[in-house]
Design a protein around this ligand. Sequence first.
Ligand code: SAM
Length: 215
Amino acid sequence: MRLRNIPGARETIAESPWIVQDPASVKGKWRERFGNNHPVHLEIGTGKGKFINRLAQENPGINYVGIEKYSSVLIRALDKLDELQLPNLLFIRGDAELVCEFFGEGEIDRIYLNFSDPWPKDRHAKRRLPSKEFLRRFSQILTDDGTIEFKTDNRSLFDFAVEEVGQGGFKILQITYDLHNDPVMGEGNIMTEYEERFSSKGNPIFKYILGKKQE
Ligand code: SAM
């Protein structure tokens, strides 16, 4: 994602009612924070938030949390939420490395990873969100029947992600190498900003859905 320093972004984030300012203090209590007992779904690397705002709008019976590292991108997601005023969507400005500090064991029902940064150099492999290191963190916060949904147009990142699944403690439940032409996995697909950009260039979209490997 190309990042521009947007003046005032940090201040806007610090004052926004849609941002959980101290997510560690909500660990294990996210349902209380939302004021209901609904499932909690996360999107990690939410970017400008088109996907998660739309999901939250369409699924009032699910609580959503978007995590994004950069204020300059996240303020775009807040603009949308200011318009929509959805009670079932909150954001964290923070690094996904800290998910186990933000969420309790088994507190999350689903994690979405959309067009995660590819970190093409081998020495940066651990920074890729579908790496085994991140999958092990995600495993801790997911319920036993929790799932991870990952999509990308980057074939080498996807091949890497598929190889990491087992060591990360997961198994593949569904997979496609052409999401937009897959009658089963493509049904009801909500496009992200990156997905719109890359699929309009003719790139196929790859997607898997993972479940936990039962020990
Ligand atoms: N998901 C959006 C989409 O599909 O349009 C944005 C994709 S963009 C390529 C990846 C986003 O993930 C960026 O906004 C980046 O800042 C965020 N990101 C990358 N690593 C992250 C991390 N460790 N924690 C939180 N956000 C991260």
